[in-house]
Design a protein around this ligand. Sequence first.
Ligand code: ATP
Ligand code: MG
Ligand code: MG
Ligand code: MG
Length: 462
Amino acid sequence: MDEVSVKGWVRTFRSKRFLALNDGSVIHNIQCVIDFENTPEETLKRITTGAAVAIQGNLVESQGSGQKYEIQVTNIEILGDSDAEDYPMQPKKHSLEFLRENAHLRVRTNVFGAIMRVRSVLSFAVHHYFQDRGFVYVNTPVITGSDAEGAGEMFRVTALPAQNPPVNEEGKVDYTQDFFGKETNLTVSGQLEAETYAMALGQVYTFGPTFRAENSNTSRHLAEFWMIEPEVAFNDLDANMDLAEDFIKYVIRYAMEKCPEDLTFLNQRLQEEDKKKPAAERSEMTLLEKLRFVLENNFKRVSYTEAIDILKNSKPNKKKKFKYIIDEWGADLQSEHERYLVEKHFNSPVILFDYPADIKAFYMRLNDDGKTVRAMDILFPGIGEIVGGSQREERLEVLQDKINELGIDEKELWWYLDTRRFGTAVHSGFGLGFERLVLFVTGMTNIRDVIPFPRTPQNADF
Ligand code: ATP
Ligand code: MG
Ligand code: MG
Ligand code: MG
């Protein structure tokens, strides 16, 4: 018989006796049995859902069927009361929409406790993977002075007054008088800066918040999300694809090893949800089966050109074709095409590579055909794009031509071009949206449910 003490929050309290306590460390409630005959009525009344309590007692094998052990309480102290009637997290099943409106309290539920523990373990796995392989962790700036990458999607950072800011001769806001003496923005990606570090330290990675003012109210986009961006000198696109696949498998395996109980819980929850659906809409695999499938199979590697041929020859749906029919080489794939390739045609994660240059960013390595670039996207079932990466254009002149062609001011990128002027070399990297990874591993379907405080259009309450 071990004496234990534990602090946590009351989930439920039944028959003045059975207190289900959660301290946040694991999915399971701790069953505490109160000696109600020797506990003052006043104290019993204050054991309400949501209250914070400190418990001392003896850990014994449980007579009940729900758990192996229980605590026979010798002393209970109410640390913080909770009005059970007003407490939003009632001991019942809440909708995810309702929980989103209570982002500050939803983490007290089983589901969100599990998701956030898995998220935490996954972020540790990211560092583990790269640190074990000798990568250097680089913190790229959050405020950037170059807007070459994210035209239109950036959040401006300014210290100028909102009312009557200084204006220049053309009547436009004069950013030379702003804090940094120029226009500045929140970063959309740390890649360009990470490249300069890779060209000195060899293998680097960033893992930090990125910001995009894209007005896309989808279940896959956030205005603030975390991105993992490794960048490796002397690696070409094939090595980049190998790295991405190996990395994804590593972090998924890591989460499965470290969070078996949370993932089993999420798996069961999804199976229950699935049972409520009509047979045709039920998933073929459980969450855990999907995770194992990813670990055990090679991602399918397909060129953009091959993918277009598959799409052209496909009949996705007997009655309707795709909403956006792809009949021309060069068009960007819509998510319906990506889903078809991943979920119908290949039934596997897919790495698409060698995209048309015109639909990809300026820094990607031009192939010898002069029209495709060494880009790759990794597409996952149920998620869509999870990774975007490329081999970078290492040839100064080719890069300059591209920059000029796109009307980007070369002077803005003088520091970036320096890496090509002084000791340029083949290098490559990718960006993986951390929340999309967490979505896949937890089996959740809305990206707002895998980040503590989601930032989306019209939503920054907390
Ligand atoms: P998408 O096509 O889904 O809009 P993207 O091609 O614009 O993504 P990239 O610029 O390639 O995105 O960024 C790299 C990765 O960052 C993406 O593969 C995705 O995993 C993630 N990502 C991009 N935008 C967002 C967002 N708004 N919210 C969450 N993750 C994102
Ligand atoms: Mg986008
Ligand atoms: Mg994309
Ligand atoms: Mg992309």
